[in-house]
Design a protein around this ligand. Structure first.
Ligand SMILES: O=C(O)CNC(=O)c1n[nH]c2ccccc2c1=O
Ligand SMILES: [Fe+2]
Length: 220
């Protein structure tokens, strides 16, 4: 094993340790500077290129009933990739690193499980774009009905993001914490994990600048 990979292995184990601790304590875990600036920018470049070539499909319509003009706000725009596409080499590297964290965390816990899950697969990667103009995602649970998804992993790509100006905050309302919320800013090179089930209802608040994220859901 060369020096570099031993170093990378150490970092991977350190990150995985933190993921286990935070997931078992809070059900939510944030890892900042996950890829580093160069690799993060390479992923962002691929996503922007995809956006330009029009691969994103319009997501759900959100009709804004508050306004008399019943203005419809187009919300998320998404596309699914498995990472093997020719235009996703850097996104594939991201996916493999997130896989490595989840699988390492899974094996590091004494019984080979994280939160009583034995992860054995995941979805393709969902690349999501909130196009600004107030686009948002109403409070929801990713997996309300035991469809097998247990961990949501979201990687954010938004440079110089200021929630006071740009909105787009992810607000999680952890079950059992009536007076507390987890506010996650969708900042560049941030990786977020949370349990996908009813423990973590969450919303994406209205975004006023193009907002990119890549989501993976892990199955047990
Ligand atoms: O971007 C975020 O910070 C959180 N994002 C979400 O919770 C989220 N959850 N479920 C989806 C299903 C289909 C399309 C987009 C989504 C989506 O952005
Ligand atoms: Fe969600």
């Amino acid at each position: 094993m060369n020096k570099n990979s031993v170093y990378e292995q150490d970092i991977l184990e350190e990150i995985s340790c933190n993921v286990i601790k935070d997931m078992n304590t809070f059900g939510v875990c944030v890892v900042d500077d996950f890829l580093g600036k160069e690799k993060g920018l390479a992923v962002l470049k691929e996503v922007i290129e995809m956006h330009k070539t029009g691969v994103f499909k319009d997501g759900q319509l959100v009709t804004n009933k508050l306004k008399a003009d019943l203005k419809t706000i187009r919300s998320d725009q998404i596309t699914w990739i498995d990472g093997k596409e020719s235009y996703c080499r850097n996104i594939d590297c991201l996916i493999r690193r997130v896989d490595a964290v989840v699988l390492t965390a899974n094996t590091m816990t004494n019984n080979g499980k994280m939160g009583n899950y034995r992860i054995n697969g995941r979805t393709k990667a969902m690349v999501a774009c909130y196009p600004g103009h107030g686009s948002h995602y109403v409070t929801h649970v990713d997996n309300p009905n035991k469809d097998g998804r247990c961990i949501t992993a979201i990687y954010y790509l938004n440079q110089d993001w200021d929630v006071r100006k740009n909105g787009g905050l992810l607000r999680i309302f952890p079950e059992g914490w009536t007076d507390k919320v987890a506010d996650i800013e969708p900042i560049f090179d941030r990786l977020l994990f949370f349990w996908s089930d009813r423990r973590n209802p969450h919303e994406v608040q209205p975004a006023y600048k193009t907002r990119y994220a890549i989501t993976l859901w892990y199955f047990d």
